[in-house]
Design a protein around this ligand. Structure first.
Ligand code: ADP
Ligand code: MG
Length: 146
């Protein structure tokens, strides 16, 4: 499956989950993904698919009270960041983000635009959009190699 820049349209949560699952299956250890999109757009659905693709069976939700949630169960560590509530980038230093970004696991960072200055040189940016004219369950998912 070609992971280069492209747009995928989904028409149900299951399809978004399935896209996440395929990307999780193909993700190389050490890779970083960012995930951008408004509340309720499907970031958690996508993340759950990705975790499944990495071989994680335990439930995955948004890391509400911690910036990062670490899952060790899959074929490599999965670092799920949600930096929405971060006050300052220095908080990322405190949690040792470099071990995650530059380690042997796969990183997924929600709201990564808030920590743009510390993102690695290369990552895959995933942006999920709604388009209500195309239906309530329609999503346009853009994948960009940065
Ligand atoms: P976020 O984490 O971005 O706030 P969630 O993943 O928690 O959003 O919720 C997305 C909601 O949108 C779910 O209730 C899901 O069932 C619904 N939904 C409808 N269509 C889709 C779709 N095509 N892809 C993903 N979620 C969808
Ligand atoms: Mg969410």
């Amino acid at each position: 499956m070609d992971m280069k820049d492209r747009i995928v349209e989904t028409f149900s949560p299951e399809e978004t989950f399935e896209l996440g699952r395929k990307i999780g299956e193909g993700a190389e250890p050490g890779s970083v993904f960012t995930l951008i999109g408004d509340l309720g757009v499907g970031k958690t659905v996508f993340t759950q698919g990705m975790a499944t693709g990495l071989g994680i069976t335990e439930p995955v939700n948004s890391p509400t009270f911690t910036i990062v949630q670490i899952y060790e169960e899959g074929r490599c560590p999965f670092y799920h960041f949600d930096v929405y509530r971060i006050g300052d980038v220095s908080e990322m230093d405190e949690i040792g983000y470099e071990d995650c970004f530059y380690g042997e696991g796969v990183c997924l960072i929600e709201w990564a635009n808030l920590i743009e200055e510390i993102l690695p040189e290369h990552y895959t940016q995933i942006t999920i959009y709604k388009d209500l004219e195309k239906g309530f369950d329609y999503r346009r998912i853009q994948l960009e190699e940065k």
